[in-house]
Design a protein around this ligand. Sequence first.
Ligand code: MMA
Ligand code: CA
Length: 192
Amino acid sequence: MLSYSSYILVALAAFSGTCHALSKYPGISGLPGIPGRDGLKGLPDSLASKHHNALAHLKHRLFQLEAVLALNGKIRKVGEKILASNGKKADFASALQSCEEAGGTLAAPRNEEENKAVMDIVKEYNQYAYLGIRKGETSGQVKYLDGMPLSYSNWHQHEPNGKGKEKCVEMYTDGTWNDKKCNMYRLTICEF
Ligand code: MMA
Ligand code: CA
């Protein structure tokens, strides 16, 4: 299933006409991976400036849309991340699946600012949430979903304490973390 963000990327890629160049140039439009005027090498000036204008227009429109979504409390922006919840409680696997189907993944705070942003959503729904963090199958080491070791944590006092039994991680309403069984119903919060 293609997510909305995939459609936008495909549209931008198709429009710029230089798909292979998407990651090569810094992009004066301010959108990472979208070529700026200098990235449109080989195109006639008239076409390149049209593309440049169109990208500037798209960037402005995206800025407006993000502002509307933030105003309506649908998204929360923190650094480069966008956080959002569907308001649903689910077990870990189902929560992760929902996030991935939307083109994101379960939120995993990498620093205090991100942890606070996730906590704000937890507080808004007054529901504990699963984080995009779990213990390795055999090692029991706590990792991000891509297998990398944790670089930031905010464990509640005396956590993690679940040994082999608690392989997932939930966030409490005070923003602290608890290792927890993966088959509970917890709020789904995704990052994009
Ligand atoms: C529960 C469970 C654990 C947590 C303790 C804290 C009794 O177990 O949520 O994961 O560590 O509470 O008291
Ligand atoms: Ca625990």
